[in-house]
Write a protein that binds this ligand. Structure first.
Ligand SMILES: Nc1ncnc2c1ncn2[C@@H]1O[C@H](COP(=O)(O)OP(=O)(O)OP(=O)(O)O)[C@@H](O)[C@H]1O
Ligand SMILES: [Mg+2]
Length: 111
């Protein structure tokens, strides 16, 4: 399910940069959660659409289903995580994912 989450977010970032660009992925492991930030330098999201992008079937793409971010939100929330989307000051979009971890079961050790 998380594979689908990351795939949807990366495809959105790629679609937002038809002439190419950089996608930055930052992962920070804390004791109780993992934060993953995905940034692109694409077109960004018009402010009036920011609250609507999670709605099923909301799309600005000719061939989009508008289901991608709805799936992202429901999968992340079913893992008791949170996800938000913002515009970057430098242009483009930032997606901030926070997922809880259970350190006793996790493969990594908190630093
Ligand atoms: N990284 C991004 N940069 C700019 N706009 C974005 C980005 N991610 C999402 N959006 C906007 O949010 C809308 C909804 O995204 P969502 O992933 O739900 O559907 P979609 O990408 O349009 O369709 P699908 O995911 O089915 O291909 C997009 O149509 C686009 O307008
Ligand atoms: Mg999408």
């Amino acid at each position: 399910m998380l594979h689908q989450v990351f795939l949807n977010l990366f495809i959105n970032a790629i679609h937002a940069m038809p002439r190419g660009g950089t996608i930055w992925v930052t992962v920070a492991a804390k004791e109780k959660h993992l934060q993953v930030v995905i940034e692109d330098e694409g077109e960004g999201i018009p402010p009036e659409f920011l609250s609507r992008v999670w709605s099923p079937f909301f799309t600005t793409k000719e061939k989009g289903t508008g289901l991608g971010l709805g799936i992202v939100k429901s999968v992340v929330e079913s893992h008791e995580g949170t996800v938000r989307i913002e515009n970057r000051a430098a242009g483009g979009t930032t997606v901030i994912l926070v997922l809880p971890v259970r350190p006793e079961n996790a493969a990594w050790k908190p630093s």
